[in-house]
Design a binder for this molecule. Structure first.
Ligand code: NAP
Length: 308
């Protein structure tokens, strides 16, 4: 594949940025990749493991002369970074972001973007519970959706160019209105994370079941909650603080359904429970058919050997 951007500046060098860097390098999509992260440790690691060609102490220095700038920091600091880099952006450059919430990022970043620079908000629906520059891998975006929420008057050519980059990294692209994005994501990602955090919190607080028992017998379901609940605390704090309305809406509906199921259990209404679980099973089948997971039992995990 050929070079799509001559100089890409990655602001934030964690899981998403490092996966982008690896994918761009593997496919030869960027002439040069530079980066900035808050800590010297992250910057040094990124350089040492060859994610980037150069690192800078400030985001402003990193974006000089870049034709693509990707904001890969937690949602809550996007506005501050945008204010810092704004005077240093090259005319005609594109600024995109990978934030998990779109309306708040648009409101925080948009006002800082100078005339002649294209701001194209985006969100890759791909990730893991790991963070940091070593956590990334080139295939993270393979067959995953990358949503763009273009603003009114967005330059189509600039949009097509950034789409061609993420497509070359293996992603499928779609466009959505920012508020709709935030609602959809609160259903498929944000509220499920909150529920996982809660379940793990409940197990932690319950004194009648010991901590050792929870860990020892976790393969029966709890373990799958703990994977999600191990996600980055800063990232997720920012997601809930910035996607407040949609999360509270979906959480309200979740609570109503939970009470309904609670009542069915209390009343011994087996038919209701059976019908409910039959419907939810069909949703899982749909996800597998759409190629967003495999139907391997236990999520395809290898069965541990007896002496492991
Ligand atoms: P991550 O691995 O925790 O990395 C975050 C990076 O941002 C780190 O390099 C960190 O630097 C840097 N950073 C934090 N605050 C900063 C500041 N004030 N100034 C400069 N750099 C700063 O995070 P990630 O998982 O890649 O997430 C990045 C973005 O992608 C978030 O907006 C998140 O919502 C979005 N996203 C995440 C996922 C996911 O599953 N993880 C999926 C899709 C989208 P230090 O290491 O020096 O602290």
């Amino acid at each position: 594949m050929s070079v799509i951007y001559q100089k890409v500046a990655l602001i934030g060098l964690g899981l998403i940025a490092s996966s982008m860097a690896r994918a761009m390098r593997e496919k030869g999509l960027a002439g040069e990749i530079v980066g900035h992260a808050r800590s010297a440790e992250t910057r040094e690691t990124a350089l040492e493991i060859g994610l980037v060609d150069a690192v800078y102490e400030s985001a402003a220095e990193a974006v000089e002369g870049a034709d693509l700038v990707v904001l890969c920091v937690p949602v809550g600091v996007m506005g501050k970074i945008a204010a810092e880099i704004a005077p240093h952006l090259a005319p005609g450059a594109t600024v995109t972001d990978v934030g998990s919430v779109k309306r708040a990022v648009i409101d925080a970043v948009g006002p800082h973007i100078p005339e002649g620079v294209h701001f194209i908000p985006g969100h890759p629906l791909a990730g893991t519970e790991q963070s940091g520059p070593r956590a990334g891998f080139a295939t993270l975006f393979m067959n995953r959706w990358w949503l763009f929420t273009p603003l009114e008057g967005t330059d189509r050519k600039a949009l097509d160019r950034v789409k061609s980059l993420v497509t070359a990294m293996g992603a499928n692209v779609d466009e959505m209105a920012p508020d709709h994005h935030d609602l959809v994501l609160s259903v498929v990602s944000h509220t499920p994370h909150l529920i996982a955090y809660t379940m793990v919190g409940v197990a932690d607080h319950l004194r009648r079941v010991t901590h050792e028992e929870v860990i020892k017998y976790s393969a029966t379901g709890f373990r799958d909650f703990t994977r999600i609940a191990a996600s980055d605390p800063t990232m997720w704090r920012d997601v809930f603080l910035t996607n407040k309305e949609a999360t509270l809406d979906i959480l309200g509906r979740f609570t109503e359904e939970l009470f309904m199921l609670q009542r069915a259990i209390r009343m011994g209404d087996g038919d209701m429970l059976h019908d409910y679980f039959t419907r939810t099973r069909a949703i899982r089948r749909g996800i597998i058919e759409a190629g967003q997971d495999t139907d391997a039992p236990d999520f395809g995990r290898a069965v541990p050997k007896k002496d492991e």
